[in-house]
Write a protein that binds this ligand. Structure first.
Ligand SMILES: [Zn+2]
Ligand SMILES: [Zn+2]
Length: 188
């Protein structure tokens, strides 16, 4: 088994958190890390106890959902709530931070931003990060996406192979493919 890097591990954590998002507009996750330890996490969601966009629809003003607190903000606020310092921390976000989150990240003393996906990367956010000496790095995630419905996918593939085997002219070739598929999809 291949060992994953810290970057992949923390980004996978953010991708897992993104699956908890309650806003239908964008599922974002953020993980704050200090000295290779996770100190907080957040996802796109309403205030605690509030109604969820997934139940009530988004509350949109000027093309933005105003109900949602962004993942990065939620992670930073979790640190505020529990008195955890964010100075010199790093943040792993599934998407490039918006302008508001960019400013909060800088002001919280976070020194490095890792993100997985470009998302309307605002030139002013890039400028502010640069000014504040916050380094920004894109983490390649092609191998590490958190996968949903993996069992269903595996079962679907089994059915496809069963159908193919009924009329296969090249049984050997098919067996090879099935072996490869088993390796990729079996839950080991
Ligand atoms: Zn929303
Ligand atoms: Zn934001």
């Amino acid at each position: 088994m291949e060992r994953i890097s810290w970057n992949q591990y923390f980004m996978a954590q953010s991708q897992l958190l993104a699956l908890r998002s309650t806003c239908t507009r964008l599922a974002v996750g953020a993980t704050i890390v200090r000295d290779k330890r996770i100190i907080a996490g957040g996802y796109n969601g309403s205030i605690a106890g509030g109604v969820h966009c997934i139940d009530e629809g988004c509350y949109v003003i000027d093309h933005h959902c105003v109900r949602t607190i962004h993942a990065e903000m939620n992670a930073i606020l979790q640190c505020a709530k529990f008195g955890v310092p964010t100075t010199d921390a790093e943040i792993y976000v599934t998407h490039f931070p918006c302008l508001q989150c960019c400013k909060a990240i800088i002001q919280a003393g976070i020194k490095k931003v890792y993100y997985a996906q470009d998302y309307k990367n605002h030139p002013y956010a890039i400028e502010l990060f640069g000014q504040a000496g916050v380094s920004v790095e894109k983490v390649e995630q092609n191998e590490m996406k958190v996968e949903l419905h993996s069992l269903e996918k595996q079962q679907f593939l089994d059915r496809v192979f069963n159908e193919l085997e009924k009329n296969a002219a090249n049984k050997g070739g098919l067996a090879e493919l099935k072996k490869e598929a088993d390796k990729l999809f079996s839950a080991e």
